[in-house]
Design a protein. Structure first.
Length: 568
Protein backbone atom coordinates (compact mmCIF):
# COMPACT_ATOMS: atom_id res chain seq x y z
CA UNK A 1 0.00 0.00 0.00
CA UNK A 2 1.21 3.49 -0.88
CA UNK A 3 1.88 5.83 2.03
CA UNK A 4 2.83 9.47 2.29
CA UNK A 5 5.89 10.51 4.33
CA UNK A 6 4.00 11.18 7.57
CA UNK A 7 2.06 7.92 7.33
CA UNK A 8 5.31 6.06 6.66
CA UNK A 9 6.97 7.54 9.73
CA UNK A 10 4.13 6.30 11.92
CA UNK A 11 4.06 2.85 10.30
CA UNK A 12 7.80 2.39 10.91
CA UNK A 13 7.44 2.89 14.68
CA UNK A 14 8.52 -0.30 16.45
CA UNK A 15 8.79 -0.11 20.26
CA UNK A 16 7.65 2.22 23.01
CA UNK A 17 4.34 4.09 23.44
CA UNK A 18 3.24 6.19 20.47
CA UNK A 19 0.31 8.39 19.46
CA UNK A 20 -0.74 9.09 15.89
CA UNK A 21 -2.66 12.38 15.73
CA UNK A 22 -4.93 12.07 12.72
CA UNK A 23 -7.37 14.17 10.76
CA UNK A 24 -10.54 13.14 8.90
CA UNK A 25 -9.88 11.21 5.71
CA UNK A 26 -6.18 10.87 6.55
CA UNK A 27 -6.03 7.07 6.49
CA UNK A 28 -6.17 6.11 10.19
CA UNK A 29 -7.14 2.49 9.50
CA UNK A 30 -4.56 2.31 6.71
CA UNK A 31 -1.81 3.31 9.15
CA UNK A 32 -2.92 0.77 11.79
CA UNK A 33 -3.10 -1.98 9.17
CA UNK A 34 0.23 -1.04 7.59
CA UNK A 35 2.03 -0.99 10.95
CA UNK A 36 0.73 -4.47 11.78
CA UNK A 37 2.00 -5.74 8.44
CA UNK A 38 5.31 -3.94 8.95
CA UNK A 39 5.83 -5.60 12.34
CA UNK A 40 5.15 -9.02 10.80
CA UNK A 41 6.91 -8.69 7.45
CA UNK A 42 9.86 -6.46 8.31
CA UNK A 43 10.56 -7.12 11.99
CA UNK A 44 9.44 -10.79 12.04
CA UNK A 45 7.09 -10.31 14.98
CA UNK A 46 4.82 -13.39 15.31
CA UNK A 47 1.27 -12.28 14.36
CA UNK A 48 -0.15 -13.87 17.51
CA UNK A 49 1.87 -11.38 19.59
CA UNK A 50 -0.02 -8.45 18.09
CA UNK A 51 -3.34 -7.24 19.53
CA UNK A 52 -5.35 -4.60 17.65
CA UNK A 53 -8.35 -2.93 19.30
CA UNK A 54 -10.97 -1.51 16.90
CA UNK A 55 -13.98 0.64 17.80
CA UNK A 56 -16.75 -1.68 16.57
CA UNK A 57 -17.35 -5.01 14.89
CA UNK A 58 -17.47 -3.48 11.41
CA UNK A 59 -14.02 -1.94 11.89
CA UNK A 60 -12.71 -5.29 13.13
CA UNK A 61 -13.97 -7.04 10.00
CA UNK A 62 -12.49 -4.38 7.71
CA UNK A 63 -9.08 -4.66 9.40
CA UNK A 64 -9.18 -8.46 9.30
CA UNK A 65 -9.97 -8.39 5.57
CA UNK A 66 -7.19 -5.94 4.74
CA UNK A 67 -4.55 -7.78 6.76
CA UNK A 68 -5.68 -11.19 5.52
CA UNK A 69 -5.32 -10.15 1.88
CA UNK A 70 -1.90 -8.61 2.45
CA UNK A 71 -0.57 -11.66 4.34
CA UNK A 72 -1.89 -13.98 1.63
CA UNK A 73 -0.23 -11.91 -1.08
CA UNK A 74 3.13 -12.01 0.78
CA UNK A 75 2.87 -15.72 1.75
CA UNK A 76 2.83 -14.98 5.49
CA UNK A 77 -0.37 -16.90 6.21
CA UNK A 78 1.42 -19.91 7.73
CA UNK A 79 2.65 -17.85 10.67
CA UNK A 80 -0.90 -17.17 11.91
CA UNK A 81 -2.92 -14.00 12.23
CA UNK A 82 -2.86 -11.02 14.57
CA UNK A 83 -5.61 -10.80 17.20
CA UNK A 84 -8.16 -8.10 16.25
CA UNK A 85 -10.96 -7.38 18.72
CA UNK A 86 -13.28 -4.73 19.98
CA UNK A 87 -12.31 -3.81 23.54
CA UNK A 88 -15.51 -5.42 24.84
CA UNK A 89 -14.71 -8.68 23.04
CA UNK A 90 -11.16 -8.64 24.38
CA UNK A 91 -12.49 -8.13 27.90
CA UNK A 92 -14.85 -11.04 27.35
CA UNK A 93 -11.87 -13.21 26.31
CA UNK A 94 -10.09 -12.44 29.58
CA UNK A 95 -13.17 -13.16 31.72
CA UNK A 96 -14.03 -16.37 29.82
CA UNK A 97 -10.48 -17.69 30.16
CA UNK A 98 -10.33 -16.82 33.88
CA UNK A 99 -13.94 -16.82 35.04
CA UNK A 100 -13.29 -18.54 38.38
CA UNK A 101 -10.60 -16.04 39.36
CA UNK A 102 -13.04 -13.29 38.41
CA UNK A 103 -15.52 -14.64 40.96
CA UNK A 104 -17.98 -16.44 38.65
CA UNK A 105 -19.23 -19.98 39.29
CA UNK A 106 -19.27 -20.72 35.56
CA UNK A 107 -18.58 -18.84 32.33
CA UNK A 108 -20.93 -15.86 32.66
CA UNK A 109 -23.88 -15.30 30.38
CA UNK A 110 -23.63 -12.18 28.21
CA UNK A 111 -26.45 -9.68 28.69
CA UNK A 112 -27.07 -7.30 25.80
CA UNK A 113 -30.75 -6.35 25.49
CA UNK A 114 -31.77 -7.50 28.95
CA UNK A 115 -31.50 -4.02 30.43
CA UNK A 116 -34.16 -2.85 27.97
CA UNK A 117 -36.41 -5.71 29.08
CA UNK A 118 -35.96 -4.74 32.72
CA UNK A 119 -36.67 -1.10 31.88
CA UNK A 120 -39.88 -2.14 30.10
CA UNK A 121 -40.91 -4.35 33.02
CA UNK A 122 -40.35 -1.54 35.54
CA UNK A 123 -42.37 0.83 33.34
CA UNK A 124 -45.25 -1.63 33.16
CA UNK A 125 -45.27 -1.97 36.95
CA UNK A 126 -45.57 1.81 37.31
CA UNK A 127 -48.38 1.96 34.76
CA UNK A 128 -50.25 -0.84 36.56
CA UNK A 129 -49.90 1.02 39.85
CA UNK A 130 -51.10 4.21 38.17
CA UNK A 131 -54.24 2.43 36.93
CA UNK A 132 -55.40 1.37 40.38
CA UNK A 133 -54.25 4.21 42.67
CA UNK A 134 -56.69 6.81 44.02
CA UNK A 135 -56.33 10.14 42.20
CA UNK A 136 -57.74 13.54 43.15
CA UNK A 137 -59.17 15.72 40.38
CA UNK A 138 -58.64 19.25 41.67
CA UNK A 139 -59.37 22.86 40.75
CA UNK A 140 -57.24 25.99 41.27
CA UNK A 141 -59.61 28.95 40.86
CA UNK A 142 -59.11 32.73 40.78
CA UNK A 143 -61.44 34.57 43.20
CA UNK A 144 -61.30 37.66 40.98
CA UNK A 145 -61.92 36.22 37.52
CA UNK A 146 -63.33 32.76 38.15
CA UNK A 147 -60.76 31.38 35.72
CA UNK A 148 -59.49 27.99 36.85
CA UNK A 149 -56.98 25.23 36.28
CA UNK A 150 -57.97 21.54 36.40
CA UNK A 151 -55.41 18.88 37.28
CA UNK A 152 -54.88 15.50 38.94
CA UNK A 153 -52.61 14.24 41.73
CA UNK A 154 -52.28 11.56 44.37
CA UNK A 155 -51.26 14.16 46.96
CA UNK A 156 -53.44 17.31 46.86
CA UNK A 157 -51.69 19.20 49.68
CA UNK A 158 -48.29 18.80 48.09
CA UNK A 159 -49.63 19.68 44.65
CA UNK A 160 -51.32 22.81 46.05
CA UNK A 161 -48.03 24.06 47.49
CA UNK A 162 -46.26 23.23 44.25
CA UNK A 163 -48.72 25.29 42.19
CA UNK A 164 -48.46 28.28 44.48
CA UNK A 165 -44.64 28.08 44.58
CA UNK A 166 -43.83 27.37 40.94
CA UNK A 167 -46.72 26.11 38.84
CA UNK A 168 -45.69 24.17 35.74
CA UNK A 169 -48.58 25.79 33.82
CA UNK A 170 -47.21 29.14 32.60
CA UNK A 171 -50.65 30.82 32.37
CA UNK A 172 -51.57 29.85 35.93
CA UNK A 173 -48.12 30.78 37.20
CA UNK A 174 -48.38 34.29 35.74
CA UNK A 175 -51.88 34.75 37.15
CA UNK A 176 -50.80 33.71 40.65
CA UNK A 177 -47.83 36.09 40.51
CA UNK A 178 -50.07 38.91 39.29
CA UNK A 179 -53.05 38.45 41.62
CA UNK A 180 -51.30 36.86 44.60
CA UNK A 181 -51.80 33.32 45.91
CA UNK A 182 -54.34 34.46 48.52
CA UNK A 183 -56.67 35.27 45.63
CA UNK A 184 -56.82 31.62 44.55
CA UNK A 185 -58.75 28.67 45.98
CA UNK A 186 -57.55 25.07 45.77
CA UNK A 187 -60.34 22.47 45.89
CA UNK A 188 -60.55 18.71 45.31
CA UNK A 189 -63.53 18.05 43.02
CA UNK A 190 -63.58 14.25 43.24
CA UNK A 191 -61.48 11.12 43.83
CA UNK A 192 -61.26 8.48 41.07
CA UNK A 193 -59.15 5.49 40.07
CA UNK A 194 -56.06 6.34 38.00
CA UNK A 195 -57.37 4.58 34.90
CA UNK A 196 -60.34 7.01 34.85
CA UNK A 197 -58.43 10.15 35.84
CA UNK A 198 -57.70 11.49 32.36
CA UNK A 199 -61.30 11.07 31.27
CA UNK A 200 -62.60 12.84 34.38
CA UNK A 201 -60.04 15.63 34.08
CA UNK A 202 -61.14 16.19 30.47
CA UNK A 203 -64.78 16.26 31.60
CA UNK A 204 -64.15 18.98 34.19
CA UNK A 205 -62.04 21.06 31.82
CA UNK A 206 -64.93 21.03 29.34
CA UNK A 207 -67.46 21.77 32.11
CA UNK A 208 -65.62 24.83 33.45
CA UNK A 209 -64.77 26.04 29.97
CA UNK A 210 -68.51 26.47 29.36
CA UNK A 211 -69.26 28.46 32.54
CA UNK A 212 -65.94 30.33 32.86
CA UNK A 213 -62.55 29.77 31.26
CA UNK A 214 -59.58 27.54 32.08
CA UNK A 215 -55.83 27.89 32.08
CA UNK A 216 -55.43 24.37 30.66
CA UNK A 217 -54.06 23.98 27.15
CA UNK A 218 -53.36 20.29 26.53
CA UNK A 219 -56.04 17.65 26.09
CA UNK A 220 -55.70 15.05 28.90
CA UNK A 221 -57.01 12.32 26.60
CA UNK A 222 -54.00 12.56 24.28
CA UNK A 223 -52.17 10.01 26.49
CA UNK A 224 -53.22 7.09 28.68
CA UNK A 225 -51.88 8.57 31.93
CA UNK A 226 -50.97 12.16 32.74
CA UNK A 227 -47.32 13.05 33.14
CA UNK A 228 -48.08 14.29 36.66
CA UNK A 229 -49.56 10.99 37.76
CA UNK A 230 -46.74 8.98 36.20
CA UNK A 231 -44.14 11.18 37.86
CA UNK A 232 -45.75 10.67 41.27
CA UNK A 233 -46.00 6.91 40.76
CA UNK A 234 -42.46 6.83 39.41
CA UNK A 235 -41.14 8.34 42.65
CA UNK A 236 -43.28 6.03 44.75
CA UNK A 237 -42.07 2.98 42.80
CA UNK A 238 -38.41 3.78 43.38
CA UNK A 239 -38.89 4.98 46.95
CA UNK A 240 -37.52 8.46 46.39
CA UNK A 241 -38.76 11.86 47.50
CA UNK A 242 -41.01 13.46 44.93
CA UNK A 243 -39.52 16.87 45.72
CA UNK A 244 -36.00 15.63 44.97
CA UNK A 245 -37.02 14.30 41.58
CA UNK A 246 -39.07 17.38 40.72
CA UNK A 247 -36.21 19.70 41.55
CA UNK A 248 -33.97 17.77 39.16
CA UNK A 249 -36.52 17.20 36.41
CA UNK A 250 -39.16 19.97 36.42
CA UNK A 251 -39.84 19.40 32.71
CA UNK A 252 -40.62 15.70 33.04
CA UNK A 253 -42.14 14.71 29.68
CA UNK A 254 -43.00 11.05 29.78
CA UNK A 255 -42.07 7.79 31.42
CA UNK A 256 -40.23 6.40 28.39
CA UNK A 257 -37.86 9.39 28.24
CA UNK A 258 -37.23 9.27 31.97
CA UNK A 259 -36.35 5.59 31.83
CA UNK A 260 -34.06 6.15 28.84
CA UNK A 261 -32.29 8.81 30.90
CA UNK A 262 -31.92 6.35 33.77
CA UNK A 263 -30.48 3.66 31.53
CA UNK A 264 -27.95 6.05 29.99
CA UNK A 265 -27.00 7.41 33.42
CA UNK A 266 -26.22 3.91 34.68
CA UNK A 267 -24.24 2.87 31.59
CA UNK A 268 -22.33 6.16 31.54
CA UNK A 269 -21.41 5.70 35.22
CA UNK A 270 -20.08 2.23 34.50
CA UNK A 271 -17.82 3.66 31.80
CA UNK A 272 -16.24 5.90 34.44
CA UNK A 273 -15.15 3.06 36.76
CA UNK A 274 -11.38 3.26 37.29
CA UNK A 275 -10.96 1.08 40.36
CA UNK A 276 -12.60 -2.09 41.65
CA UNK A 277 -16.03 -3.10 40.34
CA UNK A 278 -19.12 -0.99 39.69
CA UNK A 279 -21.01 -0.02 42.85
CA UNK A 280 -24.56 1.23 42.08
CA UNK A 281 -24.74 2.87 45.52
CA UNK A 282 -22.27 5.53 44.35
CA UNK A 283 -24.73 7.07 41.88
CA UNK A 284 -25.97 10.55 42.87
CA UNK A 285 -29.28 10.40 40.97
CA UNK A 286 -31.72 8.63 43.37
CA UNK A 287 -33.74 7.11 40.53
CA UNK A 288 -30.68 5.84 38.67
CA UNK A 289 -29.29 4.48 41.95
CA UNK A 290 -32.50 2.57 42.76
CA UNK A 291 -32.75 1.18 39.23
CA UNK A 292 -29.05 0.25 39.11
CA UNK A 293 -29.30 -1.71 42.38
CA UNK A 294 -32.24 -3.71 40.97
CA UNK A 295 -30.47 -4.27 37.65
CA UNK A 296 -27.12 -5.30 39.15
CA UNK A 297 -28.77 -7.72 41.62
CA UNK A 298 -30.76 -9.43 38.88
CA UNK A 299 -27.66 -9.69 36.71
CA UNK A 300 -25.64 -11.21 39.53
CA UNK A 301 -28.41 -13.77 40.20
CA UNK A 302 -28.23 -14.80 36.55
CA UNK A 303 -24.40 -15.14 36.66
CA UNK A 304 -24.24 -12.63 33.82
CA UNK A 305 -22.23 -9.64 32.64
CA UNK A 306 -23.18 -6.81 30.30
CA UNK A 307 -20.89 -5.13 27.75
CA UNK A 308 -19.48 -2.62 30.25
CA UNK A 309 -18.85 -5.38 32.81
CA UNK A 310 -16.62 -7.16 30.29
CA UNK A 311 -14.16 -4.27 30.50
CA UNK A 312 -14.59 -3.53 34.23
CA UNK A 313 -14.17 -7.16 35.34
CA UNK A 314 -11.24 -7.75 32.97
CA UNK A 315 -9.38 -4.68 34.24
CA UNK A 316 -10.07 -5.56 37.87
CA UNK A 317 -8.88 -9.12 37.25
CA UNK A 318 -5.53 -7.96 35.82
CA UNK A 319 -5.07 -5.32 38.54
CA UNK A 320 -5.64 -7.73 41.41
CA UNK A 321 -3.66 -10.61 39.88
CA UNK A 322 -0.13 -9.46 38.87
CA UNK A 323 0.80 -12.94 37.62
CA UNK A 324 -2.18 -12.97 35.26
CA UNK A 325 -1.40 -9.44 34.10
CA UNK A 326 2.12 -10.53 33.17
CA UNK A 327 0.75 -13.47 31.20
CA UNK A 328 -1.25 -11.13 28.97
CA UNK A 329 1.63 -8.66 28.68
CA UNK A 330 3.87 -11.50 27.47
CA UNK A 331 1.15 -12.79 25.18
CA UNK A 332 0.56 -9.41 23.48
CA UNK A 333 3.76 -7.32 23.53
CA UNK A 334 2.39 -5.13 20.72
CA UNK A 335 -0.98 -3.39 21.18
CA UNK A 336 -2.65 -1.02 18.72
CA UNK A 337 -5.79 1.02 19.44
CA UNK A 338 -7.86 2.75 16.77
CA UNK A 339 -10.34 5.62 17.45
CA UNK A 340 -8.42 6.41 20.63
CA UNK A 341 -10.31 9.70 21.10
CA UNK A 342 -13.55 7.87 21.97
CA UNK A 343 -12.34 5.65 24.79
CA UNK A 344 -13.84 6.07 28.26
CA UNK A 345 -11.90 6.03 31.55
CA UNK A 346 -12.89 2.38 32.14
CA UNK A 347 -11.53 1.51 28.67
CA UNK A 348 -8.17 3.17 29.29
CA UNK A 349 -7.96 1.46 32.66
CA UNK A 350 -7.79 -1.89 30.84
CA UNK A 351 -5.66 -0.69 27.91
CA UNK A 352 -2.90 0.79 30.08
CA UNK A 353 -2.48 -2.54 31.91
CA UNK A 354 -1.29 -4.15 28.69
CA UNK A 355 1.89 -3.67 26.68
CA UNK A 356 4.30 -0.73 27.02
CA UNK A 357 4.31 -0.78 23.22
CA UNK A 358 0.93 0.92 22.97
CA UNK A 359 0.35 2.43 19.53
CA UNK A 360 -2.75 4.66 19.62
CA UNK A 361 -4.40 6.39 16.66
CA UNK A 362 -7.09 9.03 17.00
CA UNK A 363 -8.50 12.46 16.25
CA UNK A 364 -9.66 14.45 19.25
CA UNK A 365 -11.66 16.67 16.86
CA UNK A 366 -13.88 13.68 16.11
CA UNK A 367 -14.62 12.74 19.73
CA UNK A 368 -18.42 12.61 19.65
CA UNK A 369 -19.32 9.95 22.20
CA UNK A 370 -19.22 11.98 25.41
CA UNK A 371 -22.88 11.08 26.02
CA UNK A 372 -21.75 7.44 26.29
CA UNK A 373 -18.83 8.20 28.58
CA UNK A 374 -16.11 8.80 25.97
CA UNK A 375 -13.48 11.29 27.11
CA UNK A 376 -11.12 12.90 24.58
CA UNK A 377 -9.05 14.34 27.45
CA UNK A 378 -7.54 10.86 27.85
CA UNK A 379 -5.99 11.27 24.39
CA UNK A 380 -4.80 14.78 25.22
CA UNK A 381 -3.13 13.56 28.43
CA UNK A 382 -1.51 10.60 26.64
CA UNK A 383 -0.19 12.95 23.95
CA UNK A 384 1.39 15.20 26.60
CA UNK A 385 3.42 12.35 28.12
CA UNK A 386 7.16 12.83 27.55
CA UNK A 387 7.76 9.12 26.92
CA UNK A 388 5.20 8.99 24.08
CA UNK A 389 6.46 9.36 20.51
CA UNK A 390 4.15 11.62 18.50
CA UNK A 391 3.25 11.33 14.82
CA UNK A 392 0.85 13.46 12.78
CA UNK A 393 -1.15 12.42 9.72
CA UNK A 394 -3.38 15.34 8.79
CA UNK A 395 -3.49 15.33 5.00
CA UNK A 396 -7.11 14.72 4.01
CA UNK A 397 -7.42 12.34 1.05
CA UNK A 398 -11.21 12.38 1.09
CA UNK A 399 -12.54 15.90 0.67
CA UNK A 400 -11.97 18.90 -1.55
CA UNK A 401 -9.91 21.81 -0.23
CA UNK A 402 -13.10 23.86 0.11
CA UNK A 403 -14.68 21.36 2.50
CA UNK A 404 -11.46 20.92 4.49
CA UNK A 405 -10.89 24.65 4.90
CA UNK A 406 -14.48 25.29 6.00
CA UNK A 407 -14.38 22.38 8.46
CA UNK A 408 -11.05 23.59 9.77
CA UNK A 409 -12.42 27.10 10.34
CA UNK A 410 -15.17 25.54 12.45
CA UNK A 411 -13.15 23.11 14.55
CA UNK A 412 -10.28 25.48 15.35
CA UNK A 413 -12.70 27.37 17.60
CA UNK A 414 -12.65 24.44 20.01
CA UNK A 415 -10.46 24.38 23.10
CA UNK A 416 -8.80 22.41 24.48
CA UNK A 417 -7.73 20.45 21.42
CA UNK A 418 -4.55 19.17 19.83
CA UNK A 419 -3.47 21.68 17.20
CA UNK A 420 -2.90 20.09 13.82
CA UNK A 421 -2.07 21.16 10.29
CA UNK A 422 -5.26 20.06 8.51
CA UNK A 423 -4.93 20.29 4.74
CA UNK A 424 -6.47 18.73 1.64
CA UNK A 425 -4.72 16.53 -0.91
CA UNK A 426 -7.39 17.50 -3.46
CA UNK A 427 -7.07 21.23 -4.37
CA UNK A 428 -10.49 21.28 -6.06
CA UNK A 429 -12.78 24.18 -5.19
CA UNK A 430 -16.46 23.38 -4.87
CA UNK A 431 -19.06 25.81 -3.54
CA UNK A 432 -20.70 24.72 -0.27
CA UNK A 433 -24.44 25.29 -0.29
CA UNK A 434 -25.90 26.86 2.84
CA UNK A 435 -29.69 27.02 2.63
CA UNK A 436 -32.05 28.19 5.37
CA UNK A 437 -35.08 25.90 5.57
CA UNK A 438 -38.25 25.56 7.59
CA UNK A 439 -40.34 22.45 8.30
CA UNK A 440 -42.53 23.52 5.36
CA UNK A 441 -39.68 24.00 2.84
CA UNK A 442 -37.17 21.32 3.80
CA UNK A 443 -38.76 18.55 1.69
CA UNK A 444 -38.71 20.59 -1.52
CA UNK A 445 -35.14 21.71 -0.85
CA UNK A 446 -34.05 18.13 -0.26
CA UNK A 447 -35.58 16.99 -3.54
CA UNK A 448 -33.70 19.71 -5.44
CA UNK A 449 -30.43 18.64 -3.85
CA UNK A 450 -31.04 15.03 -4.83
CA UNK A 451 -31.29 15.75 -8.56
CA UNK A 452 -27.68 14.69 -9.18
CA UNK A 453 -27.22 10.96 -9.66
CA UNK A 454 -24.02 10.59 -7.62
CA UNK A 455 -23.56 8.80 -4.32
CA UNK A 456 -25.45 10.85 -1.73
CA UNK A 457 -26.12 10.65 2.00
CA UNK A 458 -28.57 12.72 4.04
CA UNK A 459 -27.46 13.19 7.64
CA UNK A 460 -29.66 14.14 10.60
CA UNK A 461 -28.84 14.76 14.26
CA UNK A 462 -31.33 12.26 15.74
CA UNK A 463 -33.25 9.12 14.79
CA UNK A 464 -36.42 11.22 14.97
CA UNK A 465 -35.07 13.46 12.21
CA UNK A 466 -33.89 10.62 9.99
CA UNK A 467 -37.29 8.93 10.28
CA UNK A 468 -38.96 12.13 9.08
CA UNK A 469 -36.48 12.53 6.22
CA UNK A 470 -37.01 8.94 5.09
CA UNK A 471 -40.76 9.52 5.05
CA UNK A 472 -40.26 12.62 2.88
CA UNK A 473 -38.11 10.68 0.42
CA UNK A 474 -40.10 7.44 0.43
CA UNK A 475 -41.18 7.85 -3.21
CA UNK A 476 -37.92 9.32 -4.49
CA UNK A 477 -36.58 7.12 -7.33
CA UNK A 478 -32.92 7.55 -6.38
CA UNK A 479 -33.19 5.03 -1.12
CA UNK A 480 -30.42 8.01 -0.86
CA UNK A 481 -28.88 6.77 2.30
CA UNK A 482 -30.36 8.52 5.34
CA UNK A 483 -28.54 8.14 8.64
CA UNK A 484 -27.54 9.96 11.80
CA UNK A 485 -24.22 11.77 12.11
CA UNK A 486 -23.01 9.36 14.78
CA UNK A 487 -23.68 6.36 12.54
CA UNK A 488 -21.94 8.08 9.63
CA UNK A 489 -18.61 8.27 11.46
CA UNK A 490 -15.83 6.57 9.54
CA UNK A 491 -17.80 6.65 6.28
CA UNK A 492 -17.78 8.88 3.20
CA UNK A 493 -19.99 9.87 0.25
CA UNK A 494 -19.52 11.99 -2.87
CA UNK A 495 -22.21 14.37 -1.65
CA UNK A 496 -23.50 14.94 1.86
CA UNK A 497 -26.68 16.82 2.73
CA UNK A 498 -26.73 17.86 6.38
CA UNK A 499 -30.18 18.71 7.79
CA UNK A 500 -30.10 20.57 11.09
CA UNK A 501 -32.47 22.56 13.34
CA UNK A 502 -35.38 22.32 10.93
CA UNK A 503 -37.26 19.20 11.97
CA UNK A 504 -35.93 19.34 15.53
CA UNK A 505 -33.76 21.94 17.29
CA UNK A 506 -30.86 19.77 18.42
CA UNK A 507 -27.74 21.81 17.52
CA UNK A 508 -26.32 22.41 20.00
CA UNK A 509 -27.97 20.04 22.46
CA UNK A 510 -28.55 21.48 25.91
CA UNK A 511 -27.41 18.29 27.61
CA UNK A 512 -24.04 18.31 25.85
CA UNK A 513 -21.01 20.60 25.79
CA UNK A 514 -20.58 23.20 23.07
CA UNK A 515 -17.20 21.73 22.13
CA UNK A 516 -18.64 18.25 21.60
CA UNK A 517 -21.59 19.59 19.61
CA UNK A 518 -19.15 21.47 17.37
CA UNK A 519 -17.26 18.20 16.85
CA UNK A 520 -20.48 16.46 15.81
CA UNK A 521 -21.09 19.16 13.20
CA UNK A 522 -17.46 18.83 12.08
CA UNK A 523 -17.79 15.07 11.63
CA UNK A 524 -20.88 15.61 9.47
CA UNK A 525 -19.09 18.11 7.22
CA UNK A 526 -16.05 15.89 6.71
CA UNK A 527 -18.05 12.90 5.46
CA UNK A 528 -18.37 14.67 2.06
CA UNK A 529 -15.86 14.03 -0.70
CA UNK A 530 -16.84 16.64 -3.28
CA UNK A 531 -20.17 18.30 -2.42
CA UNK A 532 -21.64 19.53 0.84
CA UNK A 533 -25.08 21.07 1.31
CA UNK A 534 -26.07 22.41 4.74
CA UNK A 535 -29.83 22.81 5.16
CA UNK A 536 -31.53 24.10 8.27
CA UNK A 537 -32.56 26.77 10.70
CA UNK A 538 -30.46 28.90 12.98
CA UNK A 539 -27.34 27.28 14.39
CA UNK A 540 -24.27 28.99 15.90
CA UNK A 541 -21.91 26.70 14.01
CA UNK A 542 -22.92 27.76 10.49
CA UNK A 543 -21.67 31.36 10.84
CA UNK A 544 -18.40 30.02 12.24
CA UNK A 545 -17.39 28.46 8.93
CA UNK A 546 -19.57 30.63 6.69
CA UNK A 547 -17.39 33.69 7.35
CA UNK A 548 -14.61 32.32 5.15
CA UNK A 549 -17.09 31.53 2.37
CA UNK A 550 -16.44 34.68 0.32
CA UNK A 551 -12.67 34.89 0.75
CA UNK A 552 -11.79 31.23 0.42
CA UNK A 553 -11.88 31.12 -3.38
CA UNK A 554 -9.42 33.99 -3.64
CA UNK A 555 -6.96 32.44 -1.19
CA UNK A 556 -7.15 29.04 -2.85
CA UNK A 557 -6.45 30.57 -6.27
CA UNK A 558 -3.45 32.43 -4.84
CA UNK A 559 -2.21 29.25 -3.19
CA UNK A 560 -2.52 27.27 -6.45
CA UNK A 561 -0.76 30.06 -8.37
CA UNK A 562 2.26 30.26 -6.08
CA UNK A 563 2.53 26.49 -5.79
CA UNK A 564 2.66 26.35 -9.60
CA UNK A 565 5.33 29.05 -9.71
CA UNK A 566 7.43 27.18 -7.17
CA UNK A 567 7.28 24.02 -9.28
CA UNK A 568 8.51 25.99 -12.30
Amino acid sequence: MQLDRNQENAVNHVTGPAIVIAGPGSGKTTVVTARILNLIQTHNIPPAHILAIAFNRKAVEEMETRIGRALTASNHTTSGKPIIRTLHAFGKDIITENYQRAGFKRIPEIWSGQIDQIVAEERRQIERAAATTEVAIYKVESKQTGKCYIGQTTNPERRKKEHFDHSSNDRLRQAIRSEGETQFNFKVIEWVRGQKANRREAHWIAYYRECASVFNRADPLRVQYSNQLLLEMFCQHFGILYEDNFDIHPDFENLRDRFNDVKETVMRAKRQVTTGLFDPNTLDDPVARAFAITYENRKAEANAVDFEDMIIHAANLLETNPDLRQIYRDKYPYVLVDEFQDIAPADFRLIKLLSENLFAVGDDDQAIYGFRGGNSEIMLAFTDRKDVTKYEITRNYRSTSTIVEHARALIERNAPRIRKNLRAHNPMQQHIKIVETTPETVAATLLRELESSQEIAVLGRTNYETDQIQAMLANHPAAPEVTTIHKSKGREWEKVILVHNTLERRFPRRDSTLTEERRVFYVAMTRAKSELAVLGGRCPFVPEFEKIHKNLGYYLRQFAYWRGRRRL
